[in-house]
Design a protein around this ligand. Structure first.
Ligand code: ATP
Length: 254
């Protein structure tokens, strides 16, 4: 297995409190891993640490090399990050927001090239937001905004996609379209790691990384009964995974 991302004895403290306690994990290249777990378990923190966005103790490795040893621009071309969309770019046109994804490809203050413009257009068509490319981000709906932010992440054309709640605010057809994009990305040799609260959608990934109380409770294929048992365990026995029409479906129990 070729490892795309690894964490070795990773500790992260936020506001003076340790929230990740010595995480060790290796995420394979050309696989889609969904990160799941209870609220406050540390999923977002882990994803941010893997994206090298948080100070941490221990080591994160990207494609076999310590993330800290990568030049920042080189790392920004290799790993694309989609956060939870709270950052303010409200006055920027959607097209300009997506163009931010091309910054790692350009020398400082250089204007966008035709290649940058083509990457932006392609990403906006893929997430179906080209239609409102001229509108400020602050003037589109929550789902439309999410599609713009997804396009920005895709416009980076990075091999590794790290996405925190990529399906937030999307209607079911657009959720399915984004999952198909992720699937195509890994089929082409890319790597995707997505935090997903909707367990039934998370179970469409290749692997589940189950996080609980700042630790990895389980890491295994979505189709494995051990993985389903781990999901049930971390949610206090109140979720059951069933097979329905060849798909895994997680149902909460009252
Ligand atoms: N900025 C912060 N300052 C201090 N503590 C934080 C901060 N952000 C998160 N935490 C705490 O860190 C822990 C992990 O948070 P994190 O956001 O990683 O969890 P999560 O698994 O993504 O949760 P959720 O499912 O609710 O989105 C939680 O206990 C949370 O309260």
């Amino acid at each position: 297995m070729t490892v795309a991302l690894a964490a070795n004895d990773l500790h992260v403290a936020l506001a003076g409190r340790e929230v990740l306690h010595g995480v060790r994990v290796a995420l394979a290249r050309a696989r889609w891993t969904a990160v799941v777990g209870p609220n406050g378990a540390g999923k977002t923190t882990l994803l941010k640490a893997l994206a090298h966005l948080l100070p941490c103790r221990g080591q994160v490795e990207l494609l076999g090399r310590a993330a800290s040893q990568w030049a920042a621009r080189e790392r920004a071309r290799a790993v694309s990050w989609l956060g939870q969309g709270h950052e303010g770019s409200e006055d920027l046109r959607a097209w300009d927001v997506v163009m931010l994804g091309r910054l790692p490809h350009r020398p400082w203050l250089a204007p966008p090239t035709a290649q940058d413009a083509a990457a932006v257009e392609d990403a906006m068509h893929r997430t179906q937001c080209w239609e409102w490319r001229g509108r400020p981000l602050g003037q589109v709906s929550g789902g439309e905004r999410q599609r713009v932010l997804l396009a920005r992440a895709l416009a980076v054309q990075a091999g590794v996609l790290l996405m925190d709640e990529p399906l937030a605010n999307l209607d079911p057809p657009h959720q399915a379209d984004v999952l198909a994009l992720v699937r195509r990305h890994v089929a082409a040799g890319g790597t995707a790691v997505t935090v997903l609260h909707e367990l039934t959608l998370a179970l469409q990934a290749d692997d589940l990384l189950v996080v609980d109380a700042g630790r990895i409770a389980h890491h295994g294929p979505c189709a494995s009964s051990d993985t389903h048992a781990a999901v049930r365990r971390v949610f206090g026995g109140r979720v059951h995974v069933h097979e329905v029409a060849g798909r895994w479906v997680a149902l909460p129990e009252a």
